[in-house]
Design a protein around this ligand. Sequence first.
Ligand SMILES: Cc1cc2nc3c(=O)[nH]c(=O)nc-3n(C[C@H](O)[C@H](O)[C@H](O)COP(=O)(O)OP(=O)(O)OC[C@H]3O[C@@H](n4cnc5c(N)ncnc54)[C@H](O)[C@@H]3O)c2cc1C
Length: 447
Amino acid sequence: MSAGKIFWRIFYFFSPLVLFALVLSNQFPAQQQNPVYVGSTFYGTFAYVWLCYQFVISARPKFIEKHFGMDNLYRFHGVMAGVSLFFLIGHFFIRFAGVGFDPTNLGAYALLLFLITSLMASIFLVNSFLRRLKFIENLHRWVNNKLGLKRYLFVLSHNFSLAAATLMFLHVNSGIVGEISPAVRIAYAAFFLLGISAWLYHQILRPLRLKRNAFAVVENRVENQTVRSLHLKPRRGSPFHYKPGQFAIISVHNQQLPPEPHPFTIASNPANPEEIEFVIKASGDYTSQLDKIVVNDEVRVDAPFGVFSYLNHPEEKELVFVAGGIGITPFLSMLRWMSVNDPQRKVILLWGCRFTEDLIKTEEFKQFSALMPQFRWHPVLSDETDYEGETGFFDAEKLNRLAVNDIDLSSAGFYTCGPPIMMTIVENALHDLGVEKSRIHYEKFSF
Ligand SMILES: Cc1cc2nc3c(=O)[nH]c(=O)nc-3n(C[C@H](O)[C@H](O)[C@H](O)COP(=O)(O)OP(=O)(O)OC[C@H]3O[C@@H](n4cnc5c(N)ncnc54)[C@H](O)[C@@H]3O)c2cc1C
């Protein structure tokens, strides 16, 4: 585990202890010996600090994201919001048992608001465990399809958690929680300010910065019936640096499309930073409207994010890429980079699609074979009946015969990106073939 990961984990889990110790040490001895007080302070201070941190995490700070990857960071946010609420409920009930319910206590309303926003997020924003319940999934569909309420609306409504945090801040400053010394007041304010600043940066400053450094569409190319590639150039100044395989969160600003941000892999070659490219498949409401994007439209690009790049693993000498459908995009970027900077690298690409037409940019892949003597690629088509190459789905036999058999397992890295079911099958098959978990890397196309 990297030093950065260890640092942030220790910081996250142990820093609430500072507030807990400070609050406790500033109390009268009678309170310090009262288990109800100590218990509720413990739960309350941990919930308070962790809930403030949720605003920092959801602002996706690059200095933290680069250690974990955004999908892990968002998953952590979801889990830790739940854990913090559990602590908040613990705090509430210990207090309630000790001193009874006080309707003027703002903490109770903060808890209620947090519960509502978290429940809405678990049902309408993320694929949480709640969505496995049939009636919740039906509710989700009904709200989406019948009421026409889109995901972006729930992203906006998630900001109510800021009101909850403000109530929580007023609650800890109200005196209900005991005598408050200036040191404790400052500590409470510092954590709250940290959360608020992250929120302000994410909601106001970052959008302004992205607007100032906006990109313009230079081409919106049709790749096949469902896939388009968007080519962008910075309107002014120079483009950003990124590693092949990383992604951006982009929003298009024209009269036709909602300005909602969506994540897409930066499929272009980082060696040619003058232009960036996104290769996007129509797979839902937003991505089906990309034909409405025209040359010179403004695109705001927040990037780079993600840790799915072979450059992050220099110890891996030989590489196996397993892509499914549009999951080819990070590999396209890595191969474009490699064909210029690292052409001797041994790489085997397995690319599963349904039909031959789903294989995009095939000329470029042939070109990679010409530029990289140790590059081989095998399209695997599941629904093509007359195809002479590989057909069917990935399984251990296919992975072994086409890739694993032919590489040095002790130094190889395995990368997979595609539909979740395909990635699970590939992961299980690689385990069965003896590939260590630490050598299998994933990019999921959903948070
Ligand atoms: C790291 C990453 C890289 C990606 N790279 C590519 C790529 O190179 N090419 C490509 O075609 N697709 C890519 N995707 C997937 C793409 O972001 C989604 O297909 C797209 O956002 C779906 O939006 P929609 O409204 O068309 O579909 P919907 O039917 O509304 O959404 C389908 C699913 O996409 C996810 N999703 C929808 N909106 C968002 C959002 N604003 N933010 C995050 N997730 C969302 C949700 O899980 C949702 O269930 C990538 C996704 C991620 C997370």
